[in-house]
Design a protein around this ligand. Sequence first.
Ligand code: TEU
Ligand code: CA
Length: 538
Amino acid sequence: PKSDEWWRSAVVYQVYPRSFADSNGDGIGDLPGITAKLPYLRDLGIDAVWLSPFYPSPQADGGYDVADYRDVHPMYGTLTDAERLIGTAHDLGLRVFIDIVPNHTSDEHPWFQQALAAGPGSPERARYWFVDSDGGPPNNWPSEFGGPAWTQVPDGQWYLHLFDRKQPDLNWENPEVREMFLDTLRFWLDRGVDGFRIDVAHHLIKADGLPDFEGDWDDYVAGCLPTNTAPFADQDRVHEIYRDWRALLDSYPGERAMVAEAWVTPHERLAAYVRSDEFQQAFNFDFLRAAWDATDLRAQIAATLDANSAVGAPTTWVLSNHDVIRHATRLVRANPATAPWVLEAGEPTPDYATGLRRARAATTLMLALPGSAYLYQGEELGLPEVIDLPAHIRQDPAFVRADGQLLGRDGCRVPLPWEKHEVAFGFSPADKSWLPQPEVFGELAVDQQIGQPDSTLELYRTLLRVRRERELGSGALSLVDLGDDIVAVDVATSIGTTLVVVNLGDADWPIPADARVLVATCPDVSDRLPTDHAVWMA
Ligand code: TEU
Ligand code: CA
């Protein structure tokens, strides 16, 4: 029976291949670079690695614009390199998730090229959303990256793209589209992949007739509207697709998993993706939207657990990913209510020392919470968002399409520092890095932190070890009331009870005399927990 359910409490580490480790000196990370660093990840104490897209792609959206779903971009290596990476990970006891991008292809995918050549009314165009419309776009749908979601081709038809114009949306009413993705999943399952992260899983089905969006876009983006009020999101029929996929996964040996990237609100609608015949997991993005505020954090934890226990599903916790401002910066920004990916040009640079303290405390909270947790490369080093990248080197379409008003997501994608005294801080054997690394990355390099008891890297290693020893990922959680400015939870497992306390107030919190401190974010915890610090106690 498939009862192991390893994914329930798994800690999954996201690798953004372009920025992780470069093996051949072109300044761009690659698969052999990742493979060489897998022992580092094993020693960190994670369970699985998730790789953002490494497929052939013109890189109009960092590879989330796929031109071939069953191959590797030459700049990242070869299919053999992918197989070697998967095999090495398995030998080290790590599972591997890959990213599947089913909502759209690249405009350089052969299907889209064939659609352009074949013309209106052709079966090739029927794989996408090509529509006739006089006098402007067929409806009012906006692109996530700014401007309308429609682009006109020379013969007059318009095609839909919820993201960049180089990312045409596929038509999931078309059986050929469904077949193509089932074949793609088979292709990677046959190569030993353990799981899939499904990009914008809630967008695949569009409402019949493509009606106008009647809601307020800012409210929608802020997560204040039920997502299905948008005709391009969270439509009930999308669930059919994932039931087909899960049936395929379940026909393979081992327990293969799927996690939905679905920006769906409210919690009940998101929980509907997580079921025994659909996704095992859906990212819970609440922490990305939470302010550094005890009331807010408590509310997010309580709401998530309510919604998920209603369907008997475990939750996933996330503090950072490749789309949002790194949390060492985000948790101190002037206006935390702004969407987590919106970094406005000219926004003041938050104080890093405070940000780092909060980031460490937030992680200490997250890694104690039952369920699974997703980490984003570099957060274990306490990396800040890189805010001052010059405009001419920024590549994110979210920046390019916003006329410089928004800075986009390049600042969380700067290549990792491995060794302070090497060129490119050890990211590359050459003095090259596709985005420039700031000086502070030298101090934060892996070789500066490893073995240093007070470093953020060692904090992560300790948290992950103790989490495993005390089985916190599968514990029973309750919120504890220790005052307005304190977030406190109690996690009960067969090993015992762990009390987690985060101090968000201005005053020290007195640590009880009989408490045994297991992990703390401050070097010397004798009897008090200072502001912006956290502790695990037995
Ligand atoms: O992101 C989905 C998404 O809608 C947001 O996180 C988006 O990044 C935000 O609105 C910024 O403008 C996923 C991927 O994670 C992201 O990298 C891709 O750009 C996007 O889908 C399109 O594939
Ligand atoms: Ca390279």
